[in-house]
Design a protein. Structure first.
Length: 456
């Protein structure tokens, strides 16, 4: 991957970049509003490693379909590609300046503070909590009675991020929190692709609903911080680490505003993504009896009927393979975006200053150039002796220094929750569901996943 500064003269002719067909003045914006995944997939699969997305207001936007270019943006020269985009601007309205949205030296400092909470050794303390929560979730299911398992996963992962990282019990507020998160995410994605919406100070029903949702989330998060300030709670979880951290130059700790942003980020990002991955996994297993049979066989052989423990995670490779393949087909974070800081030429392609660069994991994960039979649910792709995917073609947690800090935590949590429920019950998909994708900030199954549980 060769990168150079922009050519100083016309003697070096850059490679042409095709443009996705669009309407006069508005380009592909109406399509993005109706079907963002469809637009991204069509652009990714069109000819060439880079495609222009025509947008209004003079916005220069490109989508990358070449894993090498993706790696260049996210890893090789990531300093030249920042998160100053409209999507992240919207996300900051909820997450503030937390780990997902902050940049530069401030981000590096916050990452260093939070990193120890996600070390593999610390995860061993969480295993029993994860298994217990998953088991109690299954205990609450009535055999033969339909229910939304996607909602159940949202509740259990919300409980787990509260108990493991923040030492807080949020189960009593899970319904209110879940609804507030849905309202907030729907509002953010709508405003991201509708640049001509009313300003947020205008009291439209949507703006008022978003304001109320944000107040509800703030009440929960600020309540956790206030309790801890009052001396309630342990001193060895992520919240304690954040509160006890001191600036090496000034000796100052984090303000409540900074703590709020980091806790809100962990609170939302730490449960929404894992819950969606589990929900899509249930959909795929419900359509693939042979895969489910092999998964249950592994659980029976390794666990022998006892609940899974953290020490069992390395002994459940097929369970991990199922989850990796599920996240290939339905990556929790379906799109990534960066703004170009300074113009550069990468393999003859010009990345103009201030242009927005999109990368779509959902589409890259289904690109026939990099995946055999890409639409098939085939966990064997991830067998220990299978060739690894092309670097930059599989990024459910992004890649590079901005890769999700909680990737190992999420995988362990998903394995233990999936193992706990699959060894105890079979989930049958209720017929007639379309299982359409709902691309909010994360990729949800639209309308949930209605199933019926039966004991094994």
């Amino acid at each position: 991957m060769n990168a150079t500064p922009a050519p100083a003269s016309t003697s070096s002719v850059p490679l042409p970049v095709p443009s996705l067909p669009g309407l006069p003045l508005v380009g592909v914006l109406p399509e993005l509003q109706r079907d963002p995944l469809g637009v991204m997939e069509r652009a990714t699969l069109s000819a060439g490693p880079m495609v222009r997305l025509p947008l209004p207001l003079g916005v220069q936007a490109f989508l990358l379909s070449d894993p090498g270019l993706v790696e260049h943006v996210l890893v090789t020269n990531s300093r030249n590609y920042v998160k100053q985009t409209r999507g992240y601007e919207m996300l900051r309205k909820v997450l503030g300046n937390g780990l997902v949205t902050s940049e530069g030296d401030f981000w590096k400092r916050q990452r260093r503070i939070a990193q120890p909470a996600f070390h593999r050794e610390r995860l061993f303390a969480f295993g029993e909590t994860m298994t217990k929560a998953a088991s109690e979730m299954v205990d609450g299911w009535t055999p033969g009675q339909p229910f939304d398992v996607a909602d159940a996963f949202m509740r259990v992962t919300l409980r787990l991020v509260g108990e493991t990282l923040l030492s807080s019990d949020v189960t009593s507020a899970s319904s209110e929190v879940g609804q507030a998160i849905t309202v907030a995410l729907e509002h953010l994605i709508h405003r991201t692709v509708h640049p001509f919406s009313f300003p947020e100070w205008v009291p439209t029903p949507a703006n008022l609903a978003f304001k109320k949702a944000l107040e509800q989330l703030d009440d929960v998060v600020l309540g956790m911080i206030a309790s801890r300030r009052a001396g309630q709670g342990p001193r060895n979880d992520l919240l304690a680490m954040l509160m006890e951290a001191r600036d090496p130059e000034t000796g100052e700790g984090m303000s409540d505003a900074q703590l709020r942003d980091e806790v809100m980020t962990i609170f939302l990002a730490g449960h929404e993504t894992t819950a969606n991955a589990l929900a899509w996994t249930v959909v795929l297993l419900g359509r693939s009896p042979a895969v489910e049979k092999r998964l249950v066989q592994e659980l029976d052989e390794v666990l022998g009927g006892r609940p899974p423990a953290m020490s069992d995670v390395p002994k459940l490779p097929y369970t991990a393979m199922v989850l990796k393949e599920s996240m290939r087909l339905y990556p929790p974070v379906w799109t990534l975006a960066r703004r170009v800081v300074e113009t550069e030429v990468v393999d003859g392609l010009v990345f103009p200053k201030d242009a927005i660069i999109f990368m779509c994991p959902y589409a890259l994960h289904r690109h026939p150039k990099y995946w055999t039979d890409p639409e098939a649910f085939d966990p064997e792709r991830w067998a220990p002796d299978a060739p690894p995917p092309t670097k930059g073609a599989y990024l459910p947690f992004s890649m590079g220094q901005r890769k999700c800090i909680g990737d190992t935590f999420a995988m362990v949590e998903a394995q233990l929750v999936l193992a706990t429920l699959m060894q105890r019950v079979h989930l049958s998909l209720v017929p007639g569901q379309a299982f359409q994708t709902e691309p909010l900030i994360t990729l949800r199954p639209k309308g949930g996943v209605t199933v019926v549980a039966s004991k094994r």
